[in-house]
Design a protein around this ligand. Structure first.
Ligand code: KG4
Ligand code: ZN
Length: 342
């Protein structure tokens, strides 16, 4: 393979993270991420501002990723980019940038589905020959925009066998954090506070079972009513009980996520289970997920923290497998904000 260019540059700009990574085969050489802080004061991502921030971040982030990987543009064999799902104005920046690089260098362009990429993050290796998760694999993808149970078969075909009918798990965390006056994004903050709280102190409405689908709106409403009633009795209730509220609420979400995942394991013949997406950084979820794998005597895979939230390394690994399969796209592709995994 002397002379064959194996390095891939990957770009992720679907939401509020501008990220670029360089991979050599399955090995990540760099994974640079610029997190946009402009949204903090609005308590949520403002699409217009996200697009602008990507526009100013993209070149410095790519430059940083190349420098950290000690790689020049001329050494690249392909470029991979998130085509969707995500925010139109955000995706546009990455897709346009990637097309220009592809055209200027004359290298293949690979269009990656962001949700597939979260799952493919499990196939990043310390070396090209590092072990990979056993297939078929069942992956619970939990992020700010999605909650999905995805089956990955031996040929990497993915099918969604369950998903949320309303809020995503990350939203359930973020909205709870907002009503408690915690900084944005609230998920990590709820998780941090919960570590010192008593999870058995408060009970919230158990979400209704609906096959392998999820629904978080009832749980969120249950928390809202609970806080409203308690604040009437004691205006400082949130202040004095914060860790316990966070711990109890976190437990409700995590137990529910894994209860339905347990049903999915029972119904499908899988060899391994995995977690993906930003919420897989949640400590309680990580602990109980490992216990679920042990209970079913099966491999359980959790990505390292840096590959849980949005990052370009996962786009690179997904792009690599597509590249090796000959899945190259033309320079006429457009961003697909509602791109499906299947
Ligand atoms: O995958 P991601 O980075 O972006 C999306 O594609 O949505 O996920 C972000 C979500 C946010 O809702 C954030 O609050 C949540 O993941 N999150 C967490 C934790 N870290 C990030 N939720 C609970 N506990 C955490 N430790
Ligand atoms: Zn994501």
């Amino acid at each position: 393979m002397v002379g064959v260019k194996t390095k891939i540059l990957a770009i992720e700009s679907s939401c509020d993270e501008t990220s670029a990574a360089v991979l050599d085969g399955r090995v990540v050489l760099s994974n640079a991420i610029a997190t946009q802080t402009v949204h903090e004061k609005y308590g949520g991502v403002v699409p217009e501002l996200a697009g602008r921030a990507h526009q100013s971040n993209i070149v410095p982030v790519v430059d940083l990723a190349l420098r950290e990987a000690d790689t020049t543009l001329q050494e690249l064999g392909a470029i991979a980019v998130t085509q969707g799902p995500g925010l139109m104005g955000s995706l546009h920046v990455g897709v346009s940038f990637a097309k220009s690089i592809s055209m200027a260098l004359g290298i293949p362009l690979i269009a990656v589905n962001h949700m597939r990429a979260h799952i493919m993050a499990h196939f990043i290796g310390a070396t090209e020959d590092s072990a990979m998760p056993a297939l078929p694999m069942l992956c619970l993808t939990v992020s700010g925009g999605h909650t999905q149970l995805v089956l990955v078969d031996e040929s990497f075909h993915m099918s969604v066998i369950g998903s949320t009918i309303d809020d995503a798990a990350g939203e359930a965390f973020d909205k709870a954090a907002k009503v408690m006056g915690l900084p944005y994004p609230g998920g990590p903050e709820v998780d941090r506070l919960a570590e010192t709280g008593d999870a058995s102190k408060f009970q919230f409405a158990k979400p209704k079972r609906n096959g392998l689908n999820y629904s978080f709106s009832g749980l969120k409403t249950s928390l809202l009513y609970f806080l409203r009633d308690e604040i009437k009795k004691d205006p400082l209730f949130i202040e004095s009980q914060k860790p316990h509220i966070c711990a109890s609420y976190r437990k409700a979400i995590v137990d529910y996520l894994l209860l339905v995942m347990g049903d999915a394991i029972a119904q499908h013949n899988v060899k391994s289970i995995a977690l993906a997406g930003g919420v897989s950084a949640n400590r309680e979820l990580r602990r109980k997920f490992i216990a679920l794998g042990e209970a079913h005597q099966m491999e359980s895979h959790i990505p390292p923290f840096e590959y849980c939230t949005d990052n370009a390394a996962m786009i690179g690994i997904a792009g690599l497998f597509q590249w090796r399969n000959g899945q190259i796209v033309g320079l006429d592709i457009t961003p697909q904000p509602a791109l499906k995994i299947e």
